[in-house]
Design a protein around this ligand. Structure first.
Ligand SMILES: Nc1ncnc2c1ncn2[C@@H]1O[C@H](COP(=O)(O)OP(=O)(O)OP(=O)(O)O)[C@@H](O)[C@H]1O
Length: 585
């Protein structure tokens, strides 16, 4: 229950619904507790008539009156039960909505490293399945607990007023019923947990198979995968069978225990009636109805306790994420306009999860509006430089300055708004091409979308699609080629019109001719913008104001194209190799 305390703030927020729900529950229980008394009165009157102590007329009158009363109180109790669900269950839906939003906001705040550490499936299941389990607590579990507590109080008081002795015997099997139900629910809970685990294994397996279907077919692995799938589904079936047999025991057990209670009431009730402790025979019928009224709420105790346990462990998983502190925080709420000068001073960076030192002692200054090209072997730390400028991570040591201000002192929103990064592996949403481009600037007009698509040299391709810029991409839509994706991603960055443009090897999948066109367009567009191009091609780097060569996280060469081809180093080697491959125009 410790973890569920975090939800108390929501009960406070919805206190009026909660209190109203409790009042309505009390009202509904008070109205339903009268039915057994009315039934008991009818039976007693019939017995009196049988003994000829009352007239047929007065019995008839009493029966009609009591039947109408039963009808009336049951209708009112039913109406209050409806209102109880309307208030308490609706309250739980509001709490579910708030909780989902709280988790989603927290996800947005958390840093890159959080997403590295946690699998997408896990993030999804905490916001959907775990929140669902927690809702079972704030909704049905709370409602049934309140309902059970009030019903037991009201019914037991009424039973005690009617006959204290019979109350004692009638309630004797109740603790046994409660115990058996608790044990059974625990068993069902264990089995359903195993079933859920198996189910999520099955869905992760299927998800991977569907996404990797091309590789599976290419390697002719269908049969092997079929067998693996069958193994998991067979396990799933077996666990479900065990779960179903535990569930099947609930009904007969309840019937057995209710039967024992009823027999006790009839047997002891009859004895008490014979010895005169009970004066009216109707009380026996009344007690049988009380027992039936108590059975379901007591049986639900086990179910409710399972719901609470499950919600507690789900809330624990949710709290783990809610309590996580974002590594990158905005330290400045004042506006800090970003112009674009970038300076690295002895910057080192270690990726915490892998302990890989990606950058060592990196220093350079890039004036506003200038272009820097970063080259180097794969894994040399090029993308890491861009990640640090966009403040997706903070440097482990050394300092980064933007416009001569330490990057950590800048308003993070201003920095991110003035920075556009085109990542290595372009990610496009399952939406229209137009909306994917407008992701960089929601307010952009259709003309601007077309203009920047032209600048990224992708407009011609888009025009060939039947629905042009309205073509939907993704799972249910069209698949773009690697080069087309990269160019849509470039258009998205350009439309943002940022002062700092970070291009991470984003021309790798386009041919040299298209690369040339895009670079020419970029030159015009980024005249006053600070641009960093990470690349493996000399053709993309040669016109930059400054070129840096990284190796194992360190700068090994730095200068302009003409300076670097005069040194016998990595750049010159690369230049000669790519020249001989006729890669350079
Ligand atoms: N998110 C990450 N978590 C842990 N280690 C990482 C992460 N990203 C990169 N690395 C490691 O840091 C080192 C530098 O990676 P980086 O991506 O900066 O290299 P790169 O020069 O851009 O490589 P490439 O040219 O292949 O894109 C590599 O050894 C890589 O394995």
């Amino acid at each position: 229950m410790k973890e569920l305390k975090k939800l108390n703030k929501y009960f406070v927020k919805y206190k009026y619904s909660f209190i109203l729900g409790i009042i309505i529950t009390i009202a509904s229980q008070i109205f339903s507790v009268f039915t057994p008394t009315f039934v008991g009165d009818i039976i007693s009157a019939l017995y009196d008539f049988y003994k000829s102590t009352v007239s047929a007329e007065s019995v008839r009158e009493l029966i009609i009156k009591n039947v109408l009363l039963i009808l009336g109180t049951t209708l009112i109790a039913g109406f209050f039960t409806f209102l109880m669900r309307q208030t308490l269950i609706v309250m739980s839906r509001h709490i579910e909505f708030d909780l989902k939003n709280e988790i989603y906001k927290q996800y947005q705040n958390l840093s890159q490293s959080f997403y590295k550490k946690n699998k997408t499936g896990d993030l999804m299941s905490r916001i959907s399945e775990d929140v669902g389990k927690v809702r079972q607590y704030v909704g049905p579990a709370v409602m049934y607990s309140v309902n059970t507590a009030i019903r037991m109080t009201v019914v037991i008081i009424q039973m005690y007023i009617t006959s204290p002795e019979l109350t004692f015997y009638a309630l004797l099997p109740v603790p046994i019923l409660a115990y058996v139900m608790m044990r059974l629910s625990k068993e069902i809970n264990n089995r359903s947990f195993q079933y859920q685990q198996n189910l999520s294994r099955l869905s992760s397996f299927s998800q991977e198979i569907f996404s990797g279907v091309r590789v599976i077919k290419a390697y002719a692995l269908e049969n092997e995968k079929d067998k693996e799938y069958e193994k998991i589904t067979t396990e799933s079936k077996n666990i479900f069978m065990r779960l179903a047999s535990a569930n099947a025991m609930i009904g007969p057990l309840m019937v057995l225990i209710i039967g024992v209670s009823n027999l006790l009431v009839i047997y002891i009730g009859a004895k008490l009636f014979i010895n005169g402790t009970i004066t009216e025979i109707g009380i026996i019928a009344q007690f049988i109805l009380y027992i039936n009224m108590l059975t379901w709420p007591i049986a639900s105790l086990g179910w409710v306790s399972t719901m609470i346990q499950e919600a507690d462990s789900s809330q624990k998983r949710i709290n783990e994420f809610l309590d996580e502190k974002p590594e990158i925080v905005n330290n400045n709420s004042e506006e800090t306009p970003i112009k674009g000068k970038i300076e690295f001073k002895n910057v080192a960076f270690i990726y915490e999860d892998t302990n890989i030192q990606a950058l060592k002692n990196v220093s350079f200054t890039l004036e506003k509006g200038k272009t820097l090209a970063i080259l180097g072997k794969t894994g040399s730390g090029k993308s890491t430089v861009l990640n640090l400028i966009a403040r997706l991570y903070d440097s482990t040591s050394g300092e980064i300055f933007i416009d001569d201000v330490n990057i950590k002192k800048l308003n993070l929103n201003n920095l991110r708004n003035e920075t556009a990064m085109v990542p290595q592996d372009a990610f496009l949403f399952s939406d229209s091409i137009k909306n994917n481009i407008k992701f960089g600037n929601e307010n952009a007009t259709d003309e601007e979308v077309i203009h920047f698509a032209k600048m990224a040299d992708v407009h011609k391709n888009i025009e060939k699609f039947e629905k042009k810029h309205d073509t939907v991409l993704g799972e249910r839509g069209l698949t773009l080629s690697g080069g087309q994706k990269q160019r849509v991603s470039i258009a998205r960055a350009l439309i943002k019109n940022p002062n700092i443009l970070l291009l991470d090897d984003c021309l790798s999948a386009v041919d040299t001719e298209t690369e040339e066109t895009i670079l020419n367009n970029l030159e015009k567009l980024t005249k006053d913008k600070t641009t960093i191009i990470v690349t493996h091609r000399v053709s993309s780097a040669k016109n930059a104001d400054m070129i840096i060569i990284l190796e194992d996280g360190e700068i090994i060469e730095q200068g302009s194209h003409s300076e670097l081809i005069n040194q016998n180093g990595y750049y010159k080697d690369l230049y000669s190799k790519q020249l001989s491959e006729k890669d350079i125009a």
